[in-house]
Design a protein around this ligand. Structure first.
Ligand SMILES: NC(=O)c1ccc[n+]([C@@H]2O[C@H](COP(=O)([O-])OP(=O)(O)OC[C@H]3O[C@@H](n4cnc5c(N)ncnc54)[C@H](O)[C@@H]3O)[C@@H](O)[C@H]2O)c1
Length: 293
């Protein structure tokens, strides 16, 4: 039996303002920090009860407390859960049903990443771990939550894939494969679950400023600061010339979680500041020696 740490903060019922997610209940995996944290805040601000399911107790607990303090109108809970463990996922879902009676929204967001590397340097253990969390974890959460959504006749599943799933920018086969798998599973589940009024869509973030970049930041060349790295990266790669934020992704997640998107399923939203669009001709001409023309 897995050990679970649970913190629950209940706030008094607020006024009758109708918000985009009034009376909805959402599970956000990996909601302790980064993009998941941004999504949890955005959902809570729109009247949703949030369940953060994450392996990180200190960060998960802190985020849940911050949400409750900011919003003060619903119950918000943190549940320690490793999404790659089916028993822990079942315990988490059982607890949510006992606490809230239903699950309207599932955001499969938790994932891990490594330093980019070629397939010859990628170990079998690294491959297995990435696939177990990034892809199997999303499958386990869907499998545990879907029966409750079917009973309700309503559901929104949002799978956080990556732009890497269709346009990898650095080699890391296990990450790319896991995210392409998430996208494939999104299409399959959209078809499978449409008769039950359950919509399944994906978000493909591009360069988003979060701690997921830690493995890369730890290997920056001497003299290159974190700020230099992100500024250069964003300017060189994203047409909108800035890194994205968790809030940028949360906006797309809110749309897909709300009734504004009720006739959309099996689709994807790229949140990447214009990537992978690339200005090629003008860049090429500006770099070509003038005497060659
Ligand atoms: N940041 C980016 O540039 C970027 C780009 C494309 C896609 N994404 C995707 O967005 C999602 C969120 O990424 P982020 O940048 O916020 O990363 P992050 O590392 O800041 O947050 C990931 C969260 O997942 C949790 N987590 C890790 N393993 C877990 C497990 N086994 N069970 C439960 N929780 C676990 C972590 O504790 C953490 O809170 C991921 O799916 C990632 O692949 C991020």
């Amino acid at each position: 039996m897995a050990f679970h740490f649970l913190v629950e903060i209940s706030c008094s019922e607020g006024g009758n303002v109708m918000m985009l997610l009034s009376n909805r209940v959402a599970i956000i995996t990996g909601g302790a920090r980064g993009i998941g944290r941004g999504i949890a805040f955005k959902f809570a601000e729109e009247g949703c009860s949030t369940v953060i399911a994450d392996v990180s107790v200190s960060e998960g607990r802190k985020t849940s407390e911050q949400i409750a303090n900011k919003v003060r109108d619903k119950g918000h809970i943190f549940f320690q859960c490793d999404i790659s463990d089916s028993h822990q996922v079942h315990d988490m879902v059982d607890h949510v049903i006992k606490r809230f009676g239903k699950i309207d929204i599932l955001v499969n967001n938790a994932a891990i990443n490594y330093m980019p590397k070629s397939i010859t340097d990628l170990s079998e253990e690294e491959w297995d771990k990435a696939l177990a969390i990034n892809l199997k974890g999303a499958f386990l959460c869907c499998k545990a939550v879907v029966p409750h959504m079917k009973t309700n006749g309503y559901g929104k599943i949002i799978n956080v894939s990556s732009l890497a799933s269709i346009a990898p920018a650095t080699p890391l086969a296990c990450y790319t494969a896991s995210k392409a798998g998430v996208l494939g599973m999104t299409l399959d589940l959209a078809l499978d679950l449409a008769p039950f009024n359950i919509c399944v869509n994906a978000i493909l973030p591009g360069l988003i400023l979060t701690d997921l970049w830690e493995p890369v930041l730890s290997k920056l060349p001497p003299g290159v600061t974190k700020e230099d790295f992100f500024a250069g990266l964003a300017k060189g790669v994203a047409p909108l010339q800035r890194m994205g934020t968790p809030e940028d992704v949360a906006g797309a997640a809110l749309f897909l979680a709300s009734d504004l998107s009720n006739y959309i399923t099996g689709d994807r939203i790229i949140v990447a500041g214009g990537c992978p669009l690339k200005q090629i001709v003008i860049d090429f001409l500006s770099k070509s020696p003038t005497d060659s023309h």
